[in-house]
Design a protein around this ligand. Sequence first.
Ligand code: SR1
Ligand code: MG
Length: 424
Amino acid sequence: MVTRFKPNKYKPLKINELKKFIISKRNLKKLFKNTSNLEVKEVGDGNLNLVFFIENKHNSICLKQPLPYLRVLKDWPLTLKRSYYEYEYFNTHKKYVKNHFPKIYDYDEVLRSITMEKLSPHIIMRHGLIKGIKYNNFAESISTYLAKTLFYTSDLYLTAASKKNLISKFISNTELCKITEDLIFTDPYAVNKNNRWTKPYLNKMKKKIEKDEKLKIIISHLKLKFMKNTDALLHGDLHTGSIMVTTKDTKVIDPEFAFYGPMGFDTGALIANLLMSFFSQTGHEKKFGERKKYKKWLLEIIKTIWIKFEKKFLKLWETENYGDAYPKVLFKKNSKKMILEKKIYMQNLFEETISYAGAKIIRRIYGFAHNIDFEWIENTKVRANCEYKASSLAIEMLKNTNSFKSINDLIKAAKINENMKVKL
Ligand code: SR1
Ligand code: MG
């Protein structure tokens, strides 16, 4: 059911109202020495919200405001309360990963706006990847980000009571979860008017997906897990469009899909989006083979991210295991059984990551919301070729998840799929 949550005085801000809004708030006004020369632009290009940049020569800030509907599909109503979850996600995680968020200056309960630092010279990571820019610090920072956000909100660190308190804060983000439930786990496997794919080249593959009962059972298992599992506080939409980067710095943005769910959903989202970048590279080549080294780099960072993430997560578990899960009184230090248990835990998380990554790839190729990694490839046959390879791997990841025993198996499979001859 759609909650038509709309505070009484809410209204979408117009460019000419922004200045008044800034001046009316002491905490925002003081960011600028002088407010007479503020420049305001609307720059939102995502699916959901209004985004404004407000700047003068002293400072620049960014204001994000939800609309009561989808920005890209106005007859799709959507709760304004999503910005509250975004704000609370930043608040919950800032204790551990503050340096990976923009500075948050204000949350307005009436307008539902979040005002934050305008990140500069950062760009949306997806844009950088399309240009072929290498981000050599990314694996280090995002692995820390994932390990900390997932560990510190899990039962391995929190008491049962404090975790349940946190769950209750995010439990009503049902409308945003419903988008995921439909757009990732249902619609791409069905006939649905919102689905899109590169026609006519992928028609056959789309039909095959619709008819594959085994695949539909698997995706339904993943959906069920997504709905009932409360492992950790997730970002919920951790794709490369929700990450802003420079070659030195990584910032995570847009956590409005935040909810308590299975950890592999966040790790899987990231890996899926890096894999899609990998498969799209050929389509962005101006000269044959010019992205060869870049593709190699992409696979290397996928591998490094997982290895570093696993190491950091296990380190936190070893040093900060204050949670109610696996009570310390039950195990001796260095217990062999616990060492084995942790290995199994990480292996399960790896498999979960592989399956959710597979699901994330399928939805971006056959569902409603696509990625510019593929969409910006103008030649539709070339695009379909890239998408075909990515989706073949995704189906493998979904249907034969346990054949991926380690991250090396994923890298190997990605290379095999990239080199396959496709007949469209
Ligand atoms: C209807 S919103 C489509 C998608 O945009 C967001 O970034 C999420 O990925 C969502 O699924
Ligand atoms: Mg977003």
